[in-house]
Design a protein around this ligand. Structure first.
Ligand SMILES: Cc1ncc(C[n+]2csc(CCOP(=O)(O)OP(=O)(O)O)c2C)c(N)n1
Length: 267
């Protein structure tokens, strides 16, 4: 099927210039290259501008509650392992209210993809600071001097929490992002794709991201090398940083081997 066939008839209501349009295009392109049947794929989201995406795609969709995309996606994958499950949402959804679920989804290594559409702001609720807002970003009346705290580091935290695939894309490069999403779907285990997805409505300066983003293909399976890279880079590197397949949860059930233990409890 052509990428267009993976779009629903619902017209997006995102602002002009929003990066989320490109993420939708990248997802539909990746599904097209995979030749995925729409009924074999589920897009799961929480709440936010980004979380509207499943409504715009021709696949199963679940628009859930704020911060809860990952537990829902985990439940779907465990119940229906053959489905291609792609969870998504914004930086507020994923790293603030849903932050705890992010850590544990990385740790469990369920075979799902998680696309965080990071615009460094709460877009839907009109531009408050989020966990990834720069320390001195002073555009919101709620934080007139900026949030004055260090931004959350999504890729480093994903690595420390056990994600087995970590990449960063940019909405200004939908083709590169589509390839990355394709690789994330093909990866067995929890695949985290951090997307710099601009919100020029509340952060007009993000239109400069296209000049700041640079390619940095550091595919390593060594967590120490990945951690060192992620601590040194400037947050605008683009590429697949880490790929290290490991056991996927849930593991195949192994009956207890200790027959004495079993006998001891037999009636
Ligand atoms: C439990 C709960 N708290 C707060 C809200 C209000 N709310 C709706 S969307 C949103 C933030 C969305 O920001 P983000 O996840 O960064 O996505 P974006 O809109 O920027 O794509 C908030 C706080 C809510 N819907 N539910």
């Amino acid at each position: 099927m052509k990428p267009k066939a993976y779009k629903s008839g619902v017209k997006p209501i995102w602002c002009p210039g929003c990066g989320h349009y490109s993420v939708l295009n990248a997802i539909t392109k990746a599904l097209s290259v995979l030749d995925q049947q729409p009924e074999d794929c589920v897009l799961v989201s929480g709440i936010g501008c980004s979380a509207r995406l499943p409504a715009y795609a021709n696949a199963y969709g679940f628009h859930g509650v704020h911060g809860r995309a990952l537990p829902v996606a985990t439940g779907i994958k465990v119940a229906r392992p053959k489905l291609n499950v792609i969870a998504m949402g914004g930086d507020g959804d994923g790293f603030s209210i849903g932050g705890n679920h992010f850590l544990h989804a990385c740790r469990r290594n369920v075979d799902i993809v998680y696309i965080a559409m990071d615009n460094e702001v709460y877009g839907m609720t009109k531009g408050q600071a989020s966990p990834t807002t720069p320390e001195l970003w002073d555009h919101s009346k709620l934080t007139p001097h900026g949030p004055e705290v260090r931004p959350f580091q999504p890729c480093s935290i994903a690595l420390a929490s056990g994600a087995s695939f970590i990449a960063r894309g940019h909405s200004g490069d939908p083709n590169g992002l589509a390839k990355m999403i394709y690789e994330a779907i093909e990866h067995p285990g929890f695949a985290f794709v951090h997307v710099l997805s601009q919100c020029i409505t509340y952060c007009p300066e993000q239109s400069e991201w296209k000049e700041r983003v640079h390619d940095e293909e550091v595919v390593t399976a060594d967590p120490t090398e990945a951690a060192t890279f992620l601590q040194r880079e400037d947050g605008f590197s683009k590429g697949v940083f880490y790929r290290n397949p490991r056991d996927v949860w849930p593991m195949p059930h192994q009956p207890p081997q200790d027959s004495n233990l079993r006998k001891g409890f037999e009636l």
